[in-house]
Design a protein around this ligand. Structure first.
Ligand SMILES: Nc1nc2c(ncn2[C@@H]2O[C@H](COP(=O)(O)OP(=O)(O)OP(=O)(O)O)[C@@H](O)[C@H]2O)c(=O)[nH]1
Length: 299
């Protein structure tokens, strides 16, 4: 390491990959995550982002997040889920728009790059599947892609051969803001589905009482047990005070029942399966101010 490198500021932030179906997003994410991550944590988290992996480097931390579409494009029907996608896009620092090297640029690519132009994030073009084309074809595609929008960089990669996968992470890291470390060193990844499910329950629990309890609710999905025709989900809704517990539960538990029904409908849409949802409301006193509680609740 040169003395110049030593003076580099620490950078940390969020990145994600987008692109039309079949563009190679999942394979690329797996190639990056697979290289960097040996262990996966099954601890449920309740962050706003669906975190796929935290890539630690001596002078940076890139947190790769998924949009729901990355996992289950066909169930991305609900308004609410589309909102979650847009929210993820608007909160990341670096976005990689994936375009395959072996297919002409199409309407899907143009549509997505148009949507991305309105965001604050740095947008890179990632030309994927470079192992499928020869040098001449790749050169032509790099030119065509760079004409699609005003990208910060255009990076060719192959998730299958591993070519340039590391470089891509380096480039993404370069566009992260200067920031202290966002997650502890031992935090590597989390279960995306559990996070989304927790988020849907939290939204349902806040509906109508947002003014009274704006940030006082955290949700932890304790267990998701797939059974033959139903997914059994056990979740705890944490509030800070007994008075808030009363608000969430409502008169004769009428409100909690409604919260359960609303959340269950959304989760069924997300998972594409019938859901049995078991909700418990618990008081974790002043959880927002207690680092130990916060860690337990995934913040
Ligand atoms: N040869 C080659 N094939 C690839 C590469 N990356 C992805 N593929 C193939 O391309 C197809 C689509 O890849 P995915 O990673 O599922 O694409 P995606 O963008 O996540 O697709 P959706 O989930 O539909 O949005 C799969 O058959 C992959 O095996 C690559 O670098 N080289």
């Amino acid at each position: 390491m040169t003395s110049e490198n030593l003076r580099q500021p620490y950078r940390a932030g969020f990145g994600c990959f987008v692109g039309r179906p079949n563009a190679g997003k999942s394979t690329l994410t797996n190639a990056i995550v697979g290289q960097k991550i040996a262990i996966t944590s099954s601890k449920p988290q309740t962050t706003r982002h669906v975190i796929r992996a935290v890539l630690h480097r001596p002078d940076s931390q890139l947190v790769l997040v998924d949009t729901p579409g990355l996992h289950r494009p066909r169930t991305l029907l609900g308004e609410r889920l589309n909102d979650l996608v847009r929210q993820t896009w608007s909160e990341v620092d670096v976005i990689g728009l994936c375009v395959p090297a072996d297919e002409p640029i199409g309407r899907g690519d143009r549509f997505i790059s148009g949507e991305l132009a309105e965001l604050n994030a740095t947008v890179l073009a990632v030309v994927t599947k470079t192992d499928l084309v020869d040098r001449e074809q790749l050169a032509k595609q790099l030119v065509a892609v760079s004409e699609l929008a005003d990208f910060a960089e255009v990076v060719p990669v192959s998730a299958v051969s591993g070519h340039q996968v590391d470089t891509l992470v380096d480039v993404m890291t370069r566009y992260l803001p200067e920031s202290p470390q966002l997650y502890p060193d031992d935090m590597l990844t989390e279960e995306p589905e559990q996070v989304l499910v927790a988020e849907l329950i939290r939204e349902a629990a806040l509906e109508g009482v947002r003014d009274e309890l704006p940030h006082s609710i955290a949700v932890v999905v304790e267990e998701m047990i797939p059974e033959e025709r139903v997914m059994k989900i056990y979740a705890d809704v944490y509030v800070e005070r007994p008075s808030q517990k009363a608000i969430v539960i409502g008169h004769r538990a009428s409100r909690l029942r409604d919260v359960g029904i609303r959340a269950r409908r959304q989760i069924e849409e997300l998972l594409g399966t019938r859901v049995y949802l078991d909700l418990h409301v618990r008081v974790a006193k002043d959880w927002q101010r207690d680092p130990k509680q916060l860690r337990k609740l995934g913040f």
